[in-house]
Design a protein around this ligand. Structure first.
Ligand code: PGA
Length: 253
């Protein structure tokens, strides 16, 4: 089995419902430009999911959410469950984004619970990991990624792990315009794959797509996507323009 290339747009807290519908329509209209080997995913906010689901239904663009809660249902004000996402037509779910970790108390433990819950409901997790600038400068990049990865996948079987996507996002590159060099990204991602081999064996490690994320743009995508262990991208800012988003996907050709 060859690994897939997954290009996912993380729209973050952007776009009202009509704006999200408009952007989704533009992505769908240009999706044919993306190489056939690429899986395209758009991840709007929760309130936009059902409307965007209608736009992407029956197209090659899949729907993703930006988070979920690990409980089935109940008294968890403000939270969204896996079955709600499934019922809205969601296929992928971003878990453990660095903004959730930095601002909303996400830990390796909650990432693990969310990943298990997503898998239980047939959602495909996009598990985000990545080091802070201070951690990179202290030479801890690999150690941080290993800790976050092992935390996220604790107790998850190889069969389930094979359904996941990993997003390596160096936190210092997110929204800063400061993209990692291809060497920095490839080195970190090769190490992540090595940890996956240790956890699940090489067969499973070889099929899990590892995305790069952090200031990815059409002009730097090609070099990044040409790397052996870079299997797509998690795109923030550039995903808010359909042309840029598809321009990044074109880099996977
Ligand atoms: P960016 O965000 O592309 O705007 O840097 C990426 C992300 O946070 O997923």
């Amino acid at each position: 089995m060859t690994r897939r290339i997954v290009i996912a747009g993380n729209w973050k807290m952007n776009k009202t419902v009509p704006e999200a519908v408009e952007l989704a329509k533009a992505v769908v209209a240009q999706a044919a430009e993306a190489p056939a080997s690429v899986d395209l995913v758009v991840c709007p906010t929760f309130v936009c999911l059902t409307e965007v689901a209608k736009v992407v239904a029956g197209t090659r663009v899949a729907l993703g959410a930006q988070d979920l809660h690990w409980e089935e249902s109940g008294a968890f004000t403000g939270k969204i469950s896996a079955s709600m996402l499934v019922s809205a037509g969601v296929k992928y779910v971003i878990i453990g984004h660095s903004e959730q970790r930095q601002f909303f108390g996400e830990t390796d433990e909650t990432v693990n619970k969310k990943t298990k819950q997503a898998l239980k409901h047939g959602l495909l997790p996009i598990v985000c990991i990545g080091e802070l600038l201070s951690e990179r400068e202290a030479g801890q990049t690999d150690a941080v990624n290993e800790r976050q990865l092992k935390g996220a996948y604790a107790g998850i079987s190889a069969e389930d792990a094979a359904k996941t996507v990993i997003a390596y996002e160096p936190v210092w590159a997110i929204g800063t315009g400061k993209v990692a060099t291809v060497e920095q990204a490839q080195d970190a991602q090769a190490f992540i794959r090595k940890v996956l081999v240790e956890l699940y064996g090489s067969e499973v490690a070889e099929i899990i797509p590892i995305q790069y994320g952090g200031s990815m743009k059409p002009d730097n995508a090609k070099g990044l996507l040409a790397q052996k262990d870079i299997d797509g991208g998690l795109i923030g800012g550039a995903a808010l323009k359909a042309g840029d988003f598809l321009g990044i996907a074109a880099g996977a050709a």
